[in-house]
Design a binder for this molecule. Structure first.
Ligand SMILES: Cc1cc2nc3c(=O)[nH]c(=O)nc-3n(C[C@H](O)[C@H](O)[C@H](O)COP(=O)(O)OP(=O)(O)OC[C@H]3O[C@@H](n4cnc5c(N)ncnc54)[C@H](O)[C@@H]3O)c2cc1C
Length: 123
């Protein structure tokens, strides 16, 4: 088997591996990024078998890394799709309380969303 050499080796061509590869090639255009995928094409696993939602960052604890990255990531994902002509819909989301006991949870989500900087929230 021929010996392969690279500065970076990424194993797995799901959205995470592909995003890392893109960022590495942008940041280090002169270095060699090697990409290893066991399937015949990329994104054949979880990346193409999910709910397809660009999460807004409503649920995560304010101040947490997840909250910050989710809000920033959603905006960057939409920007990326627009820039590259990738079909997507910014259709919003309706979260419903099905009984009075769930009103408090709805209020909590509203506060979290506001604290996390999620835009266009309405109660
Ligand atoms: C039911 C469900 C619904 C979800 N809904 C959403 C959603 O609506 N919105 C959202 O943002 N996220 C959602 N997620 C989460 C999201 O799908 C995952 O976080 C994301 O796809 C993970 O990407 P990944 O690149 O880490 O993994 P994967 O997409 O699984 O990619 C891993 C890749 O590594 C390759 N690989 C594995 N082992 C090797 C090896 N030894 N050598 C070479 N290649 C290898 C695999 O073939 C695969 O291509 C959902 C998750 C689940 C389970």
């Amino acid at each position: 088997m021929a010996e392969l050499r690279a500065d970076f080796a990424i194993i797995g061509g799901g959205i995470v591996g592909l995003a890392v590869a893109l960022e590495l090639t942008r940041k280090h255009p002169r270095l060699h990024t090697m990409f290893l995928e066991k399937e015949p094409a990329v994104a054949l696993h979880q990346t193409s078998h999910n709910s397809g939602v660009i999460h807004s960052g409503l649920y995560y604890k304010p101040g947490s890394l997840k909250a910050r990255l989710c809000v920033e990531g959603a905006a960057r994902m939409i920007e990326f799709c627009r820039e590259h002509g990738i079909p997507h819909a910014v259709c919003g989301k309706v979260i419903v309380a099905t009984c009075e006991a769930e009103f408090t949870a709805l209020d909590e989500l509203m506060s979290r969303g506001r604290a996390n900087g999620v835009r266009d929230l309405r109660l």
